[in-house]
Design a protein around this ligand. Structure first.
Ligand SMILES: NC(=O)C1=CN([C@@H]2O[C@H](COP(=O)(O)OP(=O)(O)OC[C@H]3O[C@@H](n4cnc5c(N)ncnc54)[C@H](O)[C@@H]3O)[C@@H](O)[C@H]2O)[C@@H](O)CC1
Ligand SMILES: [K+]
Length: 497
């Protein structure tokens, strides 16, 4: 159930299902029934319900929900934004059935304000342009009310593909969507408008997903857990890989140590910090289980990495920008190892992103890059400026660079060069703290050292980072994350066994 379908993919699911013999009216009846059930489980008989319908099939779902709820004895009023005689198809039929018993009313703001529940059935997948006029007024009335808001499919005004607010949008407490959730439920700001998202089965068969080629997912353990193996009794630290984190100069060594500690904690067998000679004493005096080696420049790094048991490298945090960093990245990418590129390793290629991508092309070991928006814009200025949904930005960058791209933020998107994309939703706000990104790159570095494929390692890393942040709680500093990973791993291991 982790697939996320864009409105056009959902339309395709709808068409395939209808072509296979289920009439659209049946799908609409099931959708409306699911909405009615969601209302009824939350509200006792007697609660006043207002259903606000729009001109399309989202409104059609609203007509069905209103009829079911009225049939169960709730006091229901239905208001239509638009003209009843312009309703079409299944929505027109649903409206006709409602009208046999109860009236279709125009928007009554006072009634919306006083309702115990407002069902928002204005717009869903068919939202085509920013809301204005009466539709925008209806949204404002719904948001001003004191009752609970249950949105049908999407909060009206939220773009189901991008999560963008199209003019104005309904703030829902609960959103009932159908068959599969949508990217707009998780991409910001959509996530903040959707409330709790419930998925209703309306009889669409999962095999349509293959035909559609669904490739966007919610980031959750089901997406990568089978690729993650907790330490086995017969295991040995050497089979869990050896990660190297490249340290910056004396004053900025902390970032590498944060990454190294996280790599070890997530389960890499061994972790070494490759330290400039003059920073050795600083690094050594702060590290215990993580090893330290004195490594001078790109050449020294090449010497260290000649030992191919060192199978993963994290490079970038605290490293400094410039030609020396470019040279070290080239060294790291030239050999049989997984690589995580972060921070200064990315920024140092702002003048020649194509040179970086050429080094990544054709590698058989994974490369993961973890840019925030600023770093992303330096490497992919045209993609950043094109006004694309976040999922498409990450996906295009992955295809161009050949790397798994982790486009960070409160709604981090992970994309693989083959087009698979995951949206993460478990990061608490306090995770945005100094050094948090260094920890993330270390976690991913540890997971690729353990042998996980790049996309799964990146997705699990982002999820585990968020889960650790949630467990550590408000007041978190980056140092708290690695300890909090223990609980996260324990829960995952228990779940996997
Ligand atoms: N795809 C599926 O499998 C199913 C879809 N169903 C429902 O159908 C919905 C999609 O229905 P539609 O495609 O009819 O789309 P909507 O009902 O979301 O909206 C389309 C209508 O709104 C108008 N419109 C779009 N943007 C507007 C704006 N900014 N201002 C004013 N009017 C605007 C359009 O001209 C059209 O009349 C889904 O969200 C869902 O609720 C369900 O009935 C069950 C099955
Ligand atoms: K809606």
């Amino acid at each position: 159930m982790l697939e996320l379908l864009t409105p056009s993919e959902m339309g395709e699911a709808d068409r395939l299902t209808i072509a296979a013999g289920t009439p659209g009216a049946v799908l609409m009846d099931r959708a409306g029934l699911a909405v009615a059930d969601a209302v009824a489980t939350r509200h006792p008989l007697g609660h006043r319900i207002v259903v606000v319908c729009g001109p399309g099939n989202n409104g059609g779902d609203g007509f069905v929900a209103a009829r079911v709820l009225a049939g169960r004895g709730y006091p229901v009023r239905l208001m239509l934004v638009g003209e009843a005689d312009r309703l079409k198809g299944d929505a027109a039929d649903a409206a006709a059935r409602w009208r046999q018993r109860l009236p279709i009313e125009p928007l009554d703001k006072a009634a919306v304000a006083a309702a115990d529940v407002v069902v928002d059935a204005l717009f869903g997948a068919g939202l085509a342009r920013p809301l204005d006029g009466e539709a925008a007024e209806a949204v404002a009335a719904i948001n001003a009310g004191r009752g609970e808001v249950v949105a049908v499919d999407l909060p009206s005004g939220i773009n189901g593909e991008t999560g963008a607010v199209m003019g104005v949008a309904v703030k829902a407490d609960v959103t009932v969507t159908f068959f599969r959730r949508k990217p707009g439920h998780f991409l910001l700001p959509g996530r903040e408008y959707a409330g709790r998202v419930r998925v209703a089965d309306i009889g669409i068969q999962p095999d349509v997903l293959t035909t559609i080629g669904a490739r966007c997912f919610l980031n959750a353990p089901g997406l990568w857990r089978e690729h993650w193996h907790p330490p086995a009794v017969s295991g040995h630290k050497y089979v869990r890989g050896h990660a190297v984190v490249v340290s910056g100069p004396v004053a900025t060594t902390g970032a590498a140590r944060l990454a190294a500690g996280a790599a070890l904690r997530i389960g890499a067998g061994l972790v070494t910090v490759a330290s400039p000679p003059d920073a050795l004493i600083v690094n050594a005096s702060h590290l215990t289980a993580v090893m330290v080696r004195s490594v001078d420049g790109a050449e020294g790094l090449a010497g260290l990495l000649a030992d191919h048991r060192l199978n993963a490298v994290v490079i970038g945090p605290g490293l400094g920008t410039g030609p020396e960093t470019v040279a070290r990245v080239a060294t790291v990418l030239d050999g049989p190892r997984a690589v995580v590129l972060d921070a200064d390793a990315l920024t140092s290629h702002r003048d020649d992103p194509a040179g970086l991508f050429a080094r990544i092309a054709g590698r058989s070991h994974p490369v993961v890059m973890t840019p925030h928006d600023g770093e992303f814009a330096r490497l992919f200025p045209d993609i950043a400026a094109a006004g694309l949904p976040k999922t498409d930005r990450a996906r295009q960058a992955a295809a161009r660079s050949g790397a798994v791209v982790v486009l960070k933020g409160a709604d981090t998107v992970i994309a693989a060069p083959d087009g698979r994309t995951a949206i993460n939703d478990n990061a608490p706000p306090w995770l945005a703290t100094a050094g948090s990104g260094d920890v993330l790159s270390g976690i991913i570095g540890g997971l690729v050292a353990e042998g996980m494929p790049g996309f799964e390692a990146a997705a699990m890393g982002v999820w585990a980072h968020g889960a650790a942040g949630e467990r550590a709680g408000i007041g978190l500093i980056a140092e708290d994350l690695a300890p909090a990973l223990r609980d996260v791993l324990r829960a995952l291991a228990a779940d996997a066994s």
